[in-house]
Design a binder for this molecule. Structure first.
Ligand SMILES: CC(=O)N[C@@H]([C@@H](O)[C@H](O)[C@H](O)CO)[C@@H](O)CC(=O)C(=O)O
Length: 320
């Protein structure tokens, strides 16, 4: 059974995969990106090749190279590098899991296969078990994101007895809004030392109350500092400040969700906020529109997420 080097907790940035304007992976900015996460956002854990990283839009070879680049550039700077190795093909997933172990990643995560889907818990567990067995020394996390996979098996059901089948299971990445399911995952596994990582950034405070031990998300790439302020307020039981921070974060996410928000828009926002040119998404995704970028930039400035030095009309609504 894997003995976790350290528990995965706190904020985990779901990394973007930087690309050139021609859609090729831009490895040249990953070192700068690591430094930005650590120094500017206070985020020292990353989740590579996930949804935000367009992992399922990359070839197996590209996913190996991207994993290698983040592990290498993150060495002695990041605390944990978890690689998403989920795939439609069990063989691809096993190859990526074994590769993650070979390059010194700190853990692997797997989503449910979403084309030929597992229709019950046993079928899903058996798939996950086969992947985990390819990296028997690495902590294993299940990546629950039913809105995108269409696999509606409740996480609470999946976790029941999971370590009997997957001894390396160390936790759950829960990217869903069903707080009953999430709460029961925590409630029914109090005796375990699982990592309960919440994946809906705009609702993180509610999940913290339910027992989340950390969070994996796209917005921690550029709002990690703000979100850490919320975590710190929560930990010192200053729930009024924690709520204010959550509302501030929500004001931005609510705004961009109404404009149409996904990986493409995340890439545009990251370039805006960090100054790191993470480039466009890969088809089938399309670049964020100019209109989105202008609107998002104005909102970031009004919320004081960007330097507002050049904000003329002073319509600041900075969060407390
Ligand atoms: C559907 C989706 O992309 N969800 C994001 C959230 O961080 C999401 O961007 C955020 O809550 C804003 O809605 C993460 O759960 C995804 C994630 O962790 C990943 O990129 O692997």
């Amino acid at each position: 059974m894997a003995s976790p080097k350290k528990k995965l907790q706190g904020l985990v940035a779901a990394t973007i995969t930087p690309m050139t304007e021609h859609g090729e992976i831009n490895f040249s900015v990953i070192g700068q990106y690591v430094d930005y996460l650590v120094e500017e956002q206070g985020v020292k854990n990353i989740f590579v090749n996930g949804t935000t990283g367009e992992g399922l839009s990359l070839s197996v070879s590209e996913r190996r190279q991207v994993a290698e680049a983040w592990v290498a550039k993150g060495r002695n700077k990041l605390d944990q590098v978890v690689i998403h190795v989920g795939a439609l093909s069990l063989k691809d997933s096993q190859e990526l899991a074994q590769h993650a172990a070979e390059i010194g990643a700190d853990g692997i995560a797997v989503i449910a296969p979403f084309f030929l889907k597992p229709w019950n818990k046993d079928a899903l567990i058996n798939f996950l078990k086969e992947v985990a067995a390819a990296a028997p020394t690495l902590p294993f996390y299940y990546y629950h994101i039913p809105a995108l996979t269409g696999v509606k098996i409740r996480a609470e059901e999946l976790l029941d007895g999971i370590q009997d089948k997957i001894p390396t299971f160390q936790g759950l990445k829960f990217s869903d809004t069903d707080l009953l399911d999430f709460g029961q995952c925590v409630d029914q596994n109090r005796q375990q030392q699982f990592a309960f990582l919440f994946g809906v950034d705009e609702q993180l405070l509610s999940a913290l109350v339910m027992g989340a031990t950390g969070a994996v998300g796209s917005t921690y790439n550029y709002m990690g500092k703000k979100t850490n302020q919320m975590l710190e307020a929560f930990e010192r039981k200053d729930f009024s400040s924690a709520l204010n921070h959550q509302f501030c974060i929500q004001r931005f996410i609510n705004f961009v969700l109404k404009l149409g928000f996904g990986v493409s828009q995340t890439k545009a926002i990251m370039t805006l906020v960090s100054g790191i040119p993470v480039g466009p998404p890969r088809p089938p995704l399309q670049k964020a529109s100019r209109e989105f970028i202008d609107d998002a930039k104005a909102k970031l400035k009004s919320l004081d997420f960007l330097s507002s030095t050049d904000l003329k009309d002073g319509n600041l609504e900075p969060c407390s």
